[in-house]
Design a binder for this molecule. Structure first.
Ligand code: KIV
Ligand code: ZN
Length: 419
């Protein structure tokens, strides 16, 4: 009863209030432009990263990891430009009312941290995110250092980052396969050195939800100084468990989640932002947190990331796949026609999917196109711009049976128009 009244409650402000009572704010750290860009074959140029960052700001994410500044001059430029141009913008919903934090990644070395600071410090709110592996397999074979050396390097890196910046995140790479008590030792030292957020990556997507949740709980309970920091999840999807692991992390005390749009990222990808957010929205009583993501912009952001990254979204992908709200079988169609909630747990418009039943193609008229462009965020276009868009649409429709939102976004971008 409570659940459905919240999910389907029509007034957004009422829904927001009912979700926030006695709950902690969930900090959404989007790493589409850093870990997401590490997907095989993806290479975004600075202009494309800026466009995605602008969308992420409108979407209302709290922190955006814009890149890995020491990795290349182009990545440095992208992070610096995002910090300058997007960093000062007011974030998403008006009630959030503050700019996003712009973060950059740095290995635990002075040179990396300096370069990262140079790039992110243009933003009014910025963060240095530094990391070091903690699993024996990484220490022995990759870094070739002892556990003692690992603790010294981690603390030194955080201390140096804190001398430059007040907001410092530390990640224990491969925490999912690290010894828990050793993790507590490293984490206690980096808290002493000044870290403000502790991120616990399941770098290779190895853990199960029970295991990952219990790891977060154990670290919070056994690390001296744990109450002074925010605990964060960072999960990979090698076993298809990234979303479940992230949710389990929240249940066990994490208050920041590291996620990407469409779940893009190394190998099988990262935790998908839209899945975590909608799971919390559909099950408000199951989680002790609320979010401030502007969910009607999810579909548009997904389309943009897909078209710029070239990473196609599988049709049956939860929340943003093209089939996510389509009903094929007669029994389902009959049920939905009688009452939408028979087969829909989310209203399509709550994630920015409109008129799934109206297909745009060569027989579509001006009104259908105008309405779809408004739904995609283009507002009321000036007549000349709309006329041009309509002509381009008709040309495209001659060569393609069905024009998708993705096609329309590409068409509008070619016309140099942004939502
Ligand atoms: O997966 C991982 O361990 C990472 C860290 C660098 C945070 O992406
Ligand atoms: Zn990662």
């Amino acid at each position: 009863q409570l659940r459905s009244s919240i999910v389907f409650c029509s007034h957004p402000s009422r829904r927001f209030l009912s979700q926030t009572a006695n709950k902690d704010k969930l900090i959404v750290f989007d790493t589409t432009l850093r870990d997401g860009e590490q997907s095989p074959g993806v290479n975004l140029v600075p202009e494309e990263k800026l466009e995605i960052a602008r969308n992420l700001s409108a979407l209302g994410v709290d922190i955006i990891e814009a890149g890995f500044p020491i990795a290349s001059p182009a990545d440095f430029e992208a992070v610096a430009r995002i910090a300058k141009e997007i960093g000062p913008l007011m974030n998403g919903r008006e009630k959030v009312g503050k700019p996003m934090i712009i973060a950059g990644l740095a290995r635990a070395s002075t040179k990396d941290i300096q370069r990262c600071h140079e790039a992110v410090s243009h933003a009014p709110l910025h963060r240095i995110h530094t990391f070091l592996a903690t699993s024996d397999i990484h220490l022995q074979y990759k870094l070739k250092i002892s556990r003692e050396e690992c603790i010294i390097r981690a603390a030194k890196a955080v201390e140096y980052a804190r001398s430059l910046c007040e907001d410092v995140e530390f990640s224990t790479e491969d925490a999912g396969r690290s010894d828990r008590d050793f993790l507590c030792e490293v984490l206690a030292e980096v808290i002493r050195a000044g870290a403000t957020t502790l991120n616990i990556p399941d770098t290779v997507g190895y853990t199960t939800p029970e295991e990952y949740g219990s790891l977060i709980k154990y670290l919070i309970q056994n690390t001296p100084g744990s109450d002074k920091v925010i605990w964060s999840t960072h999960c990979h999807d090698d076993l298809g468990l990234a979303t479940a692991n992230t949710l389990s992390g929240i249940t066990n005390g994490a208050r920041q989640v590291e996620v990407t749009i469409n779940g893009i990222g190394e190998r099988a990808g990262n935790t998908s932002l839209e899945e975590v957010i909608m799971a919390i929205q559909v099950h408000p009583s199951a989680f002790p947190v609320y979010h401030t993501i502007n969910t009607p912009l999810l579909y548009r952001t997904s389309n943009l990331v897909s078209s710029l990254s070239g990473m196609v979204v599988q049709p049956n992908k939860a929340i943003v796949g093209t089939n996510a709200f389509l009903h094929e079988s007669g029994i389902h169609q009959d049920g939905v026609l009688k009452h939408k909630q028979t087969y829909e747990i989310i209203r399509p418009e709550d994630v920015g999917v409109f008129n799934v039943n109206i297909v745009l193609g060569k027989l579509s008229g001006r009104n259908a196109l105008r309405q779809r462009l408004v739904e995609l965020g283009y507002g009321d276009l000036p007549d000349a711009d709309f006329q041009k868009a309509f002509e381009n649409f008709k040309l495209l429709a001659d060569s393609k049976k069905r024009i998708t939102d993705l096609d329309l976004l590409a068409l509008m971008r070619d016309q140099m128009l942004t939502p």
